[in-house]
Ligand binder design. Structure first.
Ligand SMILES: Nc1nc2c(ncn2[C@@H]2O[C@H](COP(=O)(O)OP(=O)(O)OP(=O)(O)O)[C@@H](O)[C@H]2O)c(=O)[nH]1
Ligand SMILES: [Mg+2]
Ligand SMILES: [Zn+2]
Length: 156
């Protein structure tokens, strides 16, 4: 995993010992990758094991809450049985997730990964909203600047 241009496909080719994946130089202007690899592909390695080459990490950001739910289907099913719909599986009474952990039916590490990923998704959504709000402010700033300019012109 890594951003575009990190050299994932170059490493893939080196480990496979053949030019299986296309690679491309980074953009000269900002040294970023040009998103050469688009799909994910699994390669058996000559020395055993397997390797997945895929697109840069930016694509992974497209992950949304539905992706998270699909990956943690077991946890979503459990959480649906918690007493509170917004249960944080912390100290709330009637938490089906904590019950399942205590009963050894789900790995607490899995619950923790889910919590971290959900938090990261929430952060990303907030960042996106922030970006949209900023763009809107910039737009209005430009409009009022233009209005000021026009009224100055009229006074002349
Ligand atoms: N000098 C040097 N160049 C490298 C190395 N690894 C990759 N490159 C070069 O960096 C550029 C990008 O490499 P890729 O393997 O296409 O990058 P990628 O991570 O697969 O990028 P995407 O498929 O866009 O996500 C290519 O021009 C590679 O030749 C390295 O270890 N040393
Ligand atoms: Mg690649
Ligand atoms: Zn719960």
């Amino acid at each position: 995993m890594g951003p575009s241009g990190a050299g994932k496909s170059t490493l893939t080719n080196a480990l496979l010992g053949r030019a299986a994946q296309r690679t491309a130089p980074v953009r000269a202007s900002d040294e970023r990758g040009v998103h050469t690899t688009s799909g994910r592909e699994l390669f058996p390695l000559p020395g055993g094991g397997a390797l997945v080459d895929g697109p840069g990490i930016r694509e992974l950001r497209l992950w949304d809450a539905s992706g998270l739910d699909a990956t943690f289907e077991d946890l979503s099913a459990l959480a649906a049985r918690c007493r509170f719909r917004d249960c944080s599986h912390g100290a709330e009474p009637g938490c089906a997730v904590r019950e399942a952990i205590a009963g050894g039916r789900i790995d607490p590490a899995r619950v923790e990964s889910h919590r971290k990923l959900a938090l990261e998704l929430a952060r990303q959504a907030k960042r996106r909203e922030g970006g949209a709000a900023r763009a809107e402010r910039e737009r209005w700033k430009a409009v009022s600047k233009e209005l000021r300019r026009l009224s100055r012109e009229r006074r002349r």
